[in-house]
Write a protein that binds this ligand. Structure first.
Ligand SMILES: [Zn+2]
Length: 255
């Protein structure tokens, strides 16, 4: 569980560190922050990350509250995680800035107009990686090319989403029905390496219409294009998304 949180925190934070205005940055910020705070609170004060009545994990805003109640308030308004002052990696959580980040990212996510994620929100987020339950960012960003690929992918998803709205539901449905006509079935001579389904579930439009160039090991990593919404993954992007999926698997196996 901690490993998954650690990985999600590191991956999302690395993307935001490279481009904090990337399409979907609000959800990415929330994912990074929630996972980072859950890892810290579960390590420092086990059990306090759970909502007692519903047995669910607390949202980011409530986790910030747990830190404010249990950590040592510093003159600059940040909260020092006890026990971390002895080593050089002191973790002082800037709960005020992070809480402000939550407010900013929740406005657009809940349809209450534009919020604005700023660099200072990301800086406050990155501080968390110094905590002993996290600390995987150097490893995750060691080959930063996947981050570029991931950002490129987020922009293309955004473009495809706009296109999908432009063509409308009826046209999308029609294209989805015709999508299987555009695939080549397995053939022992012309297509000997083909295995599995030709069409994958599309991460943007949700139809079974993403045509893969070659079969892949990990979902949402293969190169190809969607026959409905035009969402496209180049072989280059695919390579780095796959690499990232492998890093993730390695971290999971490491647990
Ligand atoms: Zn699609």
């Amino acid at each position: 569980m901690e490993t998954e949180r650690t990985y999600q925190y590191a991956r999302c934070s690395a993307v935001l560190d490279a481009d904090h205005e990337v399409p979907g940055c609000e959800a990415i910020f929330d994912q990074a922050l929630s996972n980072g705070l859950l890892a810290i609170v579960a390590t420092e004060w086990p059990g306090k990350e759970i909502e007692s009545k519903k047995l669910r994990t607390l949202p980011a805003s409530a986790l910030l509250g747990v830190i404010e109640e249990n950590a040592d308030k510093q003159p600059d308004g940040t909260f020092l995680i006890p026990g971390t002052s002895a080593d050089p990696d002191v973790v002082c959580v800037d709960t005020k800035t992070l809480r402000d980040g939550v407010t900013e990212t929740q406005a657009p996510r809940h349809g209450r107009g534009e919020g604005k994620l700023e660099r200072r929100h990301i800086d406050a987020l990155l501080v968390l990686d110094k905590h002993r339950s996290l600390g995987r960012m150097p490893e995750v960003v060691s080959d930063g090319r996947w981050i570029k690929a991931e950002i490129h992918d987020l922009y293309d998803r955004d473009r495809a989403q706009v296109y999908l709205e432009f063509i409308g539901d009826e046209e999308a449905q029609m294209r989805a029905e015709r999508a299987p006509e555009h695939t080549e079935p397995y053939h022992p001579k012309h297509n000997p390496d083909w295995e599995g389904t030709e069409l994958e579930h599309c991460a943007v439009c949700g139809y079974e219409s993403f045509k893969l160039n070659v079969p892949v090991e990990f979902e949402d990593t293969g190169s190809g294009a969607c026959l409905v919404c035009s969402y496209t993954r180049s072989p280059d992007t695919s390579y780095y998304l796959t690499m990232n999926a492998q890093i993730r698997q390695a971290i999971e196996n490491d647990d």
